[in-house]
Design a protein around this ligand. Structure first.
Ligand SMILES: [Fe+2]
Length: 253
């Protein structure tokens, strides 16, 4: 299985702060059946976590891969970024300062949690204009989605993909996130589930609980679709057809 959203690159953001923590996180993932992890440090958070594409950043990815290899952990580490989609994000992608998952066409992007839907849609438009396909990180965590989850159907129709955090399903970010995550799953509005792991203690990379939940609530096929099939297509840059059932009625959570 594949985890598309992790903060395992040490010392670059609010995720893993050192190599031992990163190794623990990779081992946690392995223990729960993950064989490929995309390291997605926060990027384009100006003055905080900038992490633009530089030789230094590439070197850090390589060092982590080397560390995992040296420890004989059979997990592949892939390059990615969790891009803060501020105005101007399209130009930064066009200029090569930000890259997609595995340097492909799918860009993991996040917005402020309190962003208005029109603001998010302006950013989506910017991304699509430069042929970047937005993979919206933890889509269940945005307040506008919690209030009007039918927005997600429109965003997918418009060319976006969606990722939810495994911990949201278990209510670890709160009641609204849990309700939104489950509603989106029920309506096939989730392209993939990832850990968004930040440490080896809290928000971990262990994915056993979400695998059990998806198998139990749906079936093994659905679980593999969200944790392996779609993530593999994203890594390969292969197309993913629009999916999801329309939410006709506005449901206020
Ligand atoms: Fe993240």
């Amino acid at each position: 299985m594949i985890d598309l959203h992790t903060h395992i690159l040490p010392g670059v953001d609010d995720g893993s702060q050192d190599e031992p923590t990163s190794l623990n996180m990779v081992r946690d993932a392995l223990e729960s059946g993950i064989r490929t992890m995309v390291a997605t440090p926060h990027a384009n958070q100006v003055g905080r976590y900038e992490n633009y594409d530089t030789p230094d950043l590439r070197e850090r990815f390589e060092q982590l891969r080397e560390l995992v290899r040296r420890e004989n952990i059979p997990v592949e580490i892939i390059e990615g970024m969790e891009i803060y989609a501020a105005p101007g994000v399209g130009a930064l992608i066009r200029d090569g300062k930000l890259f997609g998952i595995n340097h492909g066409p799918y860009f993991l992007v996040e917005f402020p949690f309190d962003a208005k839907s029109w603001w998010i849609e302006d950013r989506i438009e910017e991304l699509l204009e430069v042929d970047a396909i937005p993979l919206i990180a933890h889509v269940e965590r945005y307040y506008c989605v919690q209030k009007s989850p039918e927005l997600v159907y429109e965003w997918i129709r418009g060319g976006c993909l969606t990722q939810i955090n495994k911990a949201s399903v278990f209510g670890r970010f709160g009641h609204r996130e849990k309700k939104a995550a489950k509603l989106l799953l029920e309506h096939d509005l989730v392209t993939c589930v990832a850990s968004d792991a930040h440490s080896d203690e809290f928000r971990t990379a262990w994915m056993g609980d979400i695998q059990a939940y998806l198998k139990d609530r749906y079936d093994e096929r659905t679980m593999l679709h969200l944790l392996k099939g779609n993530p593999q297509r994203i890594l390969d840059g292969s197309p993913i057809a629009p999916h999801g059932k329309q939410l006709h009625k506005r449901r206020f959570l």
